[in-house]
Design a protein around this ligand. Structure first.
Ligand code: SAM
Length: 234
């Protein structure tokens, strides 16, 4: 077999790519805004496309993809509701993936990080709709239209699962997917992380079919990403 050279494309799925860079296989997306860097990530030109390296230590979704996701329903054209956009590291890669025909409604309530998010991500990307609101008040997302295919939630709140379920009931289409990041230390520092995750998954049971629970170690300690399919309201 021929040896892979630096920057060779070693693998590709419908949505994400694996490139050989700095001697390692690295996750990447095709840059939706050529030349635009969001968080100092490496840009690599190859075959007419520009790839952005997606760092699993900076994004829990990249960590989950690196560890092994059974399904990845975010593709070109997907509509995503993202809770907890922060400065937009992960949102920017989802924006790359969903492309011209998709959209990311990105909710963030902290005005300081939201300003960075607007400057670095939303102002360059027409497929990102910033929503400066509290995820506890989903009725206030006036710019959302229709239902979404995927809800991604990473808000690090003690009641994050309840908040996320309320958002899904309002905006996720039946048969759509939930990606829920569980930060166990935000829920309870005294209980075992494994037990906390089991209890959070139980809360999803009436409305979701459980698909996968990924422990994000070694990229994030005491964090899990849970994937589930939405069955609709009770
Ligand atoms: N998902 C981000 C990424 O991968 O780049 C990191 C998210 S960070 C762990 C959590 C974010 O959720 C913070 O920016 C915080 O301000 C936001 N957040 C927490 N509670 C929220 C709420 N009730 N409504 C909206 N955003 C919230």
């Amino acid at each position: 077999m021929a040896e892979t050279r630096e920057n060779d494309l070693v693998e590709e799925s419908e949505s994400v790519f694996w490139l050989k860079s700095e001697g390692q296989k690295r996750l990447a997306t095709i840059n939706y805004v050529e030349g635009n860097q969001v968080y100092g990530e490496k840009l690599i030109k190859k075959g007419g496309d520009e790839y952005r390296i997606w760092d699993p230590f900076r994004s829990k979704l990249a960590a989950a993809l690196t560890i092994g996701l059974e399904i990845f329903p975010i593709k070109s054209g997907t509509k995503v509701l993202y809770l907890g956009a922060s400065t937009g590291t992960t949102v920017s890669h989802i924006s790359d993936i969903v492309g011209y025909n998709g959209i990311v409604f990105a909710v963030e309530h902290a005005s300081r990080v939201a300003r960075d998010f607007l400057d670095r991500v939303a102002s360059f990307r027409p497929n990102v709709v910033p929503i400066l609101q509290d995820a506890r008040q989903p009725k206030n997302y006036f710019s959302i239209f229709g239902k979404v295919d995927v809800v991604y939630a990473d808000i690090a709140q003690p009641d994050q699962t309840e908040i996320t379920i309320t958002n899904c009931k309002m905006y996720l289409k039946e048969g759509g997917y939930l990606f829920l990041v569980i930060k166990t230390r935000s829920i309870d520092v005294t209980r075992a992380p494994k037990k906390i995750i089991e209890d959070e998954i139980k809360k999803l049971e009436p409305n979701f079919t459980f698909i996968q629970n990924i422990d994000l170690e070694p990229y994030d300690k005491d964090h899990a990403l849970v994937v589930a399919k939405y069955l609709g309201k009770d």
